[in-house]
Design a protein around this ligand. Structure first.
Ligand SMILES: *[C@@H]1O[C@H](CO)[C@@H](O)[C@H](O)[C@H]1NC(C)=O
Ligand SMILES: *[C@@H]1O[C@H](CO)[C@@H](O)[C@H](O)[C@H]1NC(C)=O
Ligand SMILES: *[C@@H]1O[C@H](CO)[C@@H](O)[C@H](O)[C@H]1NC(C)=O
Ligand SMILES: *[C@@H]1O[C@H](CO)[C@@H](O)[C@H](O)[C@H]1NC(C)=O
Ligand SMILES: *[C@@H]1O[C@H](CO)[C@@H](O)[C@H](O)[C@H]1NC(C)=O
Length: 389
């Protein structure tokens, strides 16, 4: 079979390519950079980095990456797999051969089997690491893992083709494979809801458990996770508005308080800007902006500005910080434009929130750092967080 032969040939110059990719004159592709231009693949892209597959892809030539959008990634992640299992699944999506759109639609005999990085990893039993590509009726192209016996994904569109170095094709779904999804678990010793409950965020932890959002949080720990928990008093004041949300909205709101990367205080300070959250998916951005003003770190949405008031844990791969407000995404709450100048936005975080308060908050942004009492408090708690590292 020609594909298997080319796989063999490819693995021979691997060390040479590795050397090339380390040299500064290399013109090799950078999958992270290419996919960064497509927000709909941000989850897939971040998992390529987390699983270290990005480096593997960058050091290879004549490959094809089958990408899926954030919605498809969400359904994979909802299974609660360890990052090691996710690596196996995603490595099935890297074909060690070049398939541009043309070649894809003109397979000899209309079907082919092609080897993947999962096969190359040695973790795949038998031929479990081969992907079947088949031309279907009406110009459609089906993809499936050979052992699964069915073609569960369809070709959607070409994202980028650099002949014959790398081709990036979107497919409709994650390729299913019992072998790749087999447990490779290394359960994390860090129990998020316990950490939250013991340090003033019990109400938030209870909401996570009640909605099942805790699973999404927990599974993200190993690959890096930062959580922003509104403290118990804040959640108490927010409950009337929370109860008003539908079940999916509640889940989205809770997932909005986590970002799928590990961020120390230092990293948050230097990485100011827009970040995706665990709630980010295909249709909805659910992002917010991290801002530093002096020593004060704020999280801003168009609806509200929340301040980080302390550190619960900062231990790679997990960081958890306290918030003085619930983060309100524009996807669920209307931004208000009317400012109320008489806003009393002290550290009495227990008071219920109002949109007016939020609007005033945004406008009072510049004056924030001058609030001496709170600044000291924030400084102290941040320092304590650093000392505990
Ligand atoms: C393909 O990769 C090689 C080696 O990195 C590089 O020299 C070449 O410029 C690349 N081709 C294109 C079209 O980018
Ligand atoms: C690839 O691009 C990303 C994002 O631009 C960058 O952080 C990373 O260092 C690059 N990797 C290499 C090997 O150049
Ligand atoms: C790919 O799968 C299809 C449908 O299951 C099958 O008909 C075809 O023979 C397979 N192709 C190869 C090369 O095994
Ligand atoms: C975390 O601890 C609680 C209480 O001990 C337990 O019910 C829960 O299953 C644990 N979660 C995980 C993911 O281990
Ligand atoms: C709940 O929703 C209704 C209808 O949108 C609205 O009138 C009411 O003010 C909301 N209550 C709270 C507490 O936000």
């Amino acid at each position: 079979m020609p594909q298997r032969n080319s796989t063999l040939l490819l693995s021979l110059p691997l060390f040479f390519l590795l050397f090339l990719s380390l040299s500064p004159t290399s013109h090799a592709h950078n999958i992270t950079r290419i996919l960064a231009k497509f927000p709909q693949f941000s989850t897939f892209n971040s998992y390529l980095s987390k699983t270290h597959l990005a480096a593997e892809i960058n050091r290879r030539l004549t490959i094809t990456v089958l990408v899926v959008d954030n919605a498809a990634m969400s359904s994979l992640l909802s299974n609660g797999y360890s990052v090691y299992t996710i690596r196996n699944v995603l490595s099935l999506h890297v074909l060690v051969d070049y398939y541009g759109t043309r070649k894809l639609h003109q397979l000899s005999k209309g079907t082919t089997l092609t080897s993947t990085l999962f096969q190359a990893s040695g973790a795949a039993p038998g031929t479990a690491g081969y992907v079947n590509i088949t031309n279907l009726k009406g110009g459609k192209v089906g993809f499936g893992v050979e052992d699964s016996g069915h073609l569960n994904a369809r070709f959607v569109k070409s994202i980028k083709e650099i002949p014959y170095n790398i081709s990036i094709l979107q497919i409709s779904q994650v390729l299913t494979s019992a072998e790749a999804e087999a447990p490779t678990a290394e359960p994390s010793a860090l129990n998020l809801t316990t950490i939250l409950s013991k340090q003033g965020c019990k109400s938030f932890a209870d909401l996570l458990k009640a909605t099942g959002a805790d699973t999404t949080y927990q599974v993200n720990i190993e690959a890096g996770l930062t959580v922003f928990c509104p403290t118990d008093g804040v959640i108490k004041g927010f409950m009337p508005r929370y109860k008003n949300l539908t079940a999916p909205q509640k889940t989205s709101l809770l997932l909005y308080h986590g970002i799928p990367t590990y961020e120390s205080v230092q990293m948050l300070k230097t990485n100011n800007g827009v970040v995706n959250t665990l709630a980010t998916d295909h249709a909805n951005k659910y992002d917010f902006t991290i801002q530093t003003s002096g020593e004060v770190l704020t999280l801003e949405t168009k609806v509200i500005t929340a301040t980080i008031t302390g550190t619960l844990i900062d231990q790679e791969p997990l960081a958890v910080y306290k918030l003085n407000k619930v983060l309100l995404p524009t996807e669920l709450f209307k931004p208000t434009v009317t400012a109320s100048p008489s806003e009393a936005d002290g550290p009495s975080a227990d008071a219920p929130q109002s949109d007016d308060q939020a609007a005033a908050d945004v406008n009072a942004n510049g004056a924030r750092g001058v609030d001496g009492g709170r600044l000291t408090m924030v400084l102290l708690s941040l320092c304590m967080g650093i000392l505990l590292m």
